[in-house]
Design a protein around this ligand. Structure first.
Ligand code: ADP
Ligand code: MG
Length: 697
């Protein structure tokens, strides 16, 4: 067994109980894991504070003073030791609850000490519990200037593993390691970027001597982290390309041409043409396509999907379009059927809502190859749905589908179909590179001509009457209105109450019979939702009050006003999506962001971005910066959040370097057979993550 793979409980001072806790609390199973458990900050030991300046908010202080008045307090289990530390400016209490005997015997009164710890409040005064102590005149014995601070947990602390305890274990482990921390990056990469060795970087991060060395070492470990993430993706991609011959679609045939020449009443935008070309090149490459198509709502993604589906059909294959909700599937079905009318293409809809007998019929025709385009919800990935020759799959609004659901589509065909994943939630570049490292990426960054930009306005509760007046005016002009409430899972009941209260006040303000109002929320069954949506779509209701269920893709061109209540509680990307619901017709459209009168600075900044910008990518980047990646949809399962050091927002240049480096290596040595790349091969064999990721598309 490699030194770094040794189970952590074999480390002196750990044992079964602490090992158990290190595993459950910090995911530390082996020596290697402990070595990679890095401090989150450092305390400069030479920065000594005055006792009178101690603030309860200080995370950690370094003091220098003499110890007085060491005595025992209480009896039995609650016994503790207390002492006073005094410097020229004042004094502070030090307390110990454990190891009392040792403290009693070793602490020397009236002697100068360096004392370090976190100030806490106890019985209305500030003290430091279990401080780290060192005789001041022996200071030189330990030349550690920067003290690493590790995060710990209550449970670990109760077993003596507070930051100092962890530092001690790590220090001991590093001393033992002695040349047994292997290098993981190829020599060529170390050379190219002049990186410190892995062993050296790890040692420096735990026990640095100079700040400059810390940052160099952290860079190296971040690079390594991102490098291996990229290697996972890109190796999987290479393997897949070798393994899978893609369907070969050489011709652009009659269906495509007739649709293009006879049905399309407008010119494609430059961006649409470019993307169609990119997809077409993939379809002729002999490799299986796995492509992500990003573009704002209404930028014409669905049309691109349809055009490329026609190419697949012209080459004798079936196609499938999967949408995340029934409303969307229905909408796609209606639109696409209409657009293809008269071309002799068989389009069918498959959703959970269909009668079993109808479903059975569709499945049978599908298997016999009588259906050219199957549109549906996740019903299309059920086991008993089998195609005759599925050659191309389009997945709409991909973040709604789990990784596993997507990978099921692979089994629908003897040969894996080409896959196009569409999303209207733009993903910042760095993130796309990391998250979709094994997908190729196309972007539609241009809206069809003649669209009026949606006017975005921020209103506070004070202006509500004015907003009502505006709604009345728009309805009088024949327009329709969305009013949307946030829905955040933890407080679903609360949100529903907000929605119902809002609905009631809207209903009072806009009474029957003059005004008709629809309401849609997550607690309704899908039949009721579809009914209400249908009424709104057909123009039978004036106002749609809803939670974010309408967020994705619903198309009602006559709706011209989007009002989002408690706009400060929505994510920016979500607001951007909502705003995309309007501005689809020829009329000037509006997005009104309602908030309370008081707003935090961040909330104010976010609202301002929405008011100032309609660029989905800019908004996504701001969202990531302001909220952090944890809140972005789809990221939870991605592994990015488990990065130990690298930060997907601020380390863009490292992401880039790591990606390029991996690309270069795989181009030169696709099977990683050179001696220099042996460490990479080893890593991939050890790490099965690569395999799991290979299925994603
Ligand atoms: P997305 O899927 O990106 O939201 P769609 O493909 O649904 O966008 O297109 C939105 C609307 O714009 C549709 O009504 C579509 O017919 C229309 N459209 C698409 N491309 C163009 C274009 N190049 N010129 C004019 N209208 C277009
Ligand atoms: Mg769409």
């Amino acid at each position: 067994m490699l030194f770094i793979d040794t189970p952590i409980e074999f480390l002196k001072g750990v044992g079964p109980t602490r090992a158990q806790l290190l595993q459950s609390e910090l995911d530390i199973y082996t020596y290697g894991d402990l070595l990679e458990y890095f401090p989150y900050r450092y305390v400069d030991r030479s920065q000594i504070s005055s006792i009178s300046n101690i603030n309860i908010d200080d995370a950690y202080v370094v003091l220098r003073g003499t110890i007085h008045d060491l005595h025992t307090v209480g009896t039995g289990k609650s016994t503790r030791m207390s002492a006073q530390l005094q410097d020229a400016t004042g004094q502070i209490e030090l307390v110990w609850f454990q190891g009392l005997k040792w403290i009693r015997e070793s602490l020397k009164p009236d002697t100068e000490y360096i004392v370090m710890g976190k100030p806490t409040v106890f019985n209305d005064h500030i003290n430091i519990a279990h401080p780290d102590l060192e005789r001041a005149n022996q200071e030189s014995a330990s030349n550690i200037k920067y003290i690493p601070i590790y995060s710990s947990t209550e449970k670990l602390k109760s077993k003596g593993l507070h930051t100092k305890g962890i530092a001690k274990l790590t220090e001991q482990l590093l001393r033992m390691a002695n040349g047994r921390i292997p290098e993981t990056l190829p020599h060529s990469v170390i050379e190219k970027y002049k990186l410190p060795s892995r062993a050296n970087a790890i040692e420096v991060i735990h026990f640095p001597v100079k700040p400059h060395d810390i940052s160099l070492s952290i860079q190296r470990m971040k690079f390594e982290e991102l490098f291996f993430l990229q290697l996972d993706y890109q190796y999987a991609k290479h393997e897949r390309q070798i393994r899978n011959n893609g369907y070969f679609f050489p011709v652009v045939g009659e269906h495509f041409n007739r649709f293009y020449n006879e049905k399309l009443t407008f010119e494609l935008t430059g961006a649409q043409k470019r993307v169609v070309k990119e997809i077409r090149a993939d379809m002729k490459s002999g490799h299986q396509m796995n492509r992500l198509l990003q573009g704002d709502v209404g930028s014409g993604k669905t049309l691109v999907a349809l055009l490329t589906m026609l190419i697949a059909i012209d080459n004798g294959c079936q196609t499938c379009l999967m949408a995340p909700t029934e409303i969307l599937a229905n909408q796609h079905f209606a639109n696409i059927s209409k657009m293809l009318d008269g071309l002799g293409i068989n389009v069918e809809l498959l959703t959970g809502a269909l009668k079993p007998s109808v479903k059975r019929k569709i499945k049978q025709r599908l298997q016999e190859g009588e259906i050219d385009i199957l549109i549906g919800t996740h019903a299309v990935i059920e086991k008993d749905v089998q195609f005759k020759n599925l050659g191309f799959v389009v997945i709409d609004e991909q973040h709604r589908f789990g990784v596993e659901q997507r990978s099921k589509l692979w089994t629908k065909s003897a040969q894996p179909p080409h896959v196009l994943v569409m999303t209207a939630t733009p993903i910042p570049r760095t993130l796309a590179m990391t998250l979709y490292g094994d997908l190729d990426c196309s972007i539609i960054d241009e809206l069809p001509p003649g669209r009026k930009a949606v006017k975005t306005i921020h209103c506070t509760d004070h202006q509500r009457l004015k907003v009502f007046g505006f709604i009345r005016d728009q309805i009088a002009r024949g327009r329709q209105i969305y009013i949307v409430y946030p829905l955040i899972e933890e407080s679903e009941t609360m949100d529903l109450k907000d929605l119902m209260d809002g609905y009631e006040s809207i209903a009072r303000e806009f009474p029957l019979p003059q005004y008709q109002i629809s309401i849609v929320h997550g607690r309704m069954d899908s039949e009721a939702k579809d009914y209400e949506m249908g009424r709104f779509k057909r123009g039978e209701t004036h106002i749609m009050v809803s939670t974010t269920v309408i967020e994705v893709g619903v198309d009602v061109p006559n709706a011209s006003v989007m009002i989002s209540e408690n706009a400060d509680r929505f994510g920016l990307s979500q607001l951007h999506q909502l705003r995309g619901r309007v501005g689809r017709g020829a009329e000037q459209s509006y997005c009104i962001l309602m908030t309370g009168n008081k707003l935090s600075n961040t909330a104010r900044e976010r609202i301002k971005i929405m008011v100032d910008s309609t660029d989905g990518f800019r908004i996504a980047e701001a969202d990531l910066r302001l909220r952090g990646p944890g809140d972005l949809q789809g990221l939870q399962q991605s592994g990015i959040l488990q990065l130990k050091l690298a930060d997907i927002i601020n380390d863009e240049s490292i992401v880039r370097a790591a990606r390029e480096t991996v690309q270069e290596i795989l181009d030169k040595d696709p099977h990683l057979e050179s001696i220099d790349n042996a460490c990479l091969k080893l890593y991939l064999q050890k790490n099965k993550r690569a395999l799991a990721w290979g299925k994603i598309s």
